[in-house]
Design a protein around this ligand. Sequence first.
Ligand code: ATP
Ligand code: MG
Length: 886
Amino acid sequence: MTSHQIRQAFLDFFRSKEHLIVPSAPLVAKNDPTLMFNNSGMAQFKDFFLGNGTPPSRRIADTQKCLRVSGKHNDLEDVGFDTYHHTMFEMLGNWSFGDYFKKEAIAWAWELLTDVYKLPKDRLYVSVFEGNEADGVPFDQEAWDLWKGIVGEDRIILGNKKDNFWEMGDTGPCGPCSEIHIDLRSPAEVAEVSGKSLVNNDHPQVVEIWNLVFMQFERKADGSLIPLPSTHVDTGMGFERLCMAIQQKTSNYDTDVFQNTIGVLETLSGKKYGQNDEPFADIAMRVISDHIRAVSFAITDGQLPSNVKAGYVIRRILRRAVRYGYSYLGFQEPFFHKLVPVLAEQFKDVFTELKDQEEFVTRVILEEEKSFLRTLESGLKRLDSIISGLKETGLNTIPGDEVFELSDTFGFPVDLTALIAREKSFQIDETGYQDALAEQKKRSRQDAAKEATDWVELREYDGVEFLGYDFEETHSHIVKYRKVKTKAGEEYHIVLDRTPFYAEMGGQVGDTGELILNGEKKEEGGRRIAIVDTKKENDLFVHISRDKNLDEALSGAGIITAKIDIDRRNKIKANHSATHLMLSSMREVLGTHVSQKGSFLNDEVLRFDFAHFSKVTDEELRRIEDRVNEKIRGNIALEERRNVPIQQALDAGATATFGEKYGDFVRLIIFDPKFSFELCGGTHVPSTGEIGVFKFISEGSVSAGVRRVEAVTGEKALELMRQQEETLNKIKDLLKGPADLVKAVESLIEERSALQKKITSLENEKIQALKTALIENMETHSTFNLIVQKVDVPSADSLKQLSYELRDQVENLIAVFGAEIGGKPQLSVFIAENIVQETGLNAGKIVKDLAKEIRGGGGGQPFFATAGGSDASGLDTALEKAKGLF
Ligand code: ATP
Ligand code: MG
């Protein structure tokens, strides 16, 4: 079976078991404060397990793009070194939300593996949770019995809490799991050592392929477990490992999933995979063919490489690949981007989004590669200078903090530093490096530290009713709340059954406002709670308050009034609608390749990142601005359509954003169907006239292939224009109200540069005169000519000029100058090269010594050196001292 057939067979199998097949969620996690990237199939279904929403079906199956490079699951360092852990992989999964449980999950898994895929039964092992006394969870008898009905007892292994008990997080749903492992070794090896003893022992050919999780408990914040009201199944099978097993290979990289990219690498490098003497060449090919998937799909789903957070994770993966190519496959020029087309082709029917953005992804990677190759070069230079510095001191270990700085600041990888160091008979202080790293990790953990109490549940809840499109105020109930300690202080997180508050999403900030409890009158126990932000946690709308001591008020509240700050919301609406008009205008002016790569808007400004490969010229900006303002003046009425089936919306030509997860039904925001027609969940003005006016305030580059513009609307735009007007008026006043301001400034600049020229030539003349005087007063000795003199020169540079010019006129010159420049003492020492060579005199050392008199320091070369200081009164002493030296 090909990998395509294997994937299809999985989905078909579970479809036949009445599962709804859904698309993969984007690789980049949105609205989940605990996750940067989706790292398992269940991530997109979290809310259903937490009871914050209802699934579209109680049985679901899919293949999910996963990335395990950060947080709880981080396999990055293993990737390439072993043959079965990837950064990005597909996780095949089937789920039961309060529907079937262990019996069906186990029977179906076995049926699929052995009947459909025909995997040999005598090579499969299964594990069952042994129980944990401290948690009060018993041995999973139910799973054991079910498995015993299928396989011999000798194929069942007991597993501990680490391997066989799954938890969503520190708190939340959890339960025992059963894993399925496969032994892919040769018959001879199997005869020698039993596969059972190798399960869960990091053997590359005895690997876990499928994990069946049975959720039946909930972990509370105090660590205790309570049974869940209804039980769920969550399974995850590594697609690439499954392909390895079915295609009878011993490495994931030998399957057709990776062979295409490895083939291209072989052609580019002239090396054959698996036939290399240097082991690192094979590792490099695995690393690269793995990483290109992670990087390409992350960019496709909207996560561009950058310097912070998730973007930095992607940049590091990309750099790891480029460096392995550079070090072990001889790629000194960009190569990584060349793999994108192969991948896009391979996945064009599975994850179509890559094919759609092939050119963009390729260009982003190419630019990143170029800049990293430059970094590599500057890192090399830096390393050279560290090494030569060490040589002088006779040490041969590069200190840990230098290694850390090289990697952290210069992006220069540690093992490369070690490799180069080794080539020069140096080593690195590995422990020191680890310490510095640990220190940094500790710092960032502390920064991110958050502590939350359990939710205090007040009412039944089945998802929030968001009424904010139509109302600015609702009557609501408090469903639950909790206290969270953050760096900023203590916060209350409050969940309502219905709310007008928009929770931050799709670039639009969350609403602020207030909750009014028990009427408005204070004397009747009424209370107003300020809401400072509203955020989504998966599908939960969390209203955040920093007010103190709310427990009693929240617990006792009946019907409350939830009210947003409408003035702020109106400004936000204007900015959001303006963003839509702007995108359409951009596509008209710059071309249809312009697609959204990021967006942020609040009540003050709108910021928009988009794919475009060159600077947007002033002329283009003006045309876009004109077009937007034309549409504003047109006062186009908003046409909002809710609950449109997604396919119908896309067929009608609606603009969607890559990397956004859309449901089956979407909302359409239309300002003239022929002009702006977008899938959007945000809030908008009823007609474009309310935006008032639109004005760009900046345009620039964010990263390769992505530009950023910022703009303001309405009141803010007016404010901006007023400010500019004021600045102009001030300048006019300063220039005494000239008729033509531009001309006046131009002539000021001209005058200034003419004066500058005059000054330079005067200074020159002065130095020439000085030179003549100095030569006249020179002391002549038999082997040298000496000038020691306090001089009046305009800059430190003049001392150098003076010394060099004198050298051209006087043989065997030794010249020591002192000067006071801008109130600061300055010294210079010049010694003719031939004297340096004959006598070993060193201007650098001498100047350092003299500098003590002016309370300063300096240095330079043996023939010319300078020093600056802070005590000008010591200049004469310094010069006296100099006279005594020669
Ligand atoms: P392992 O112990 O092999 O790292 P795991 O216990 O981390 O696996 P789970 O979190 O249970 O794995 O994920 C479910 C399945 O996903 C695993 O059975 C395996 O087939 C697959 N899988 C897990 N991590 C990776 C990875 N980094 N690359 C490829 N497949 C993986
Ligand atoms: Mg793992």
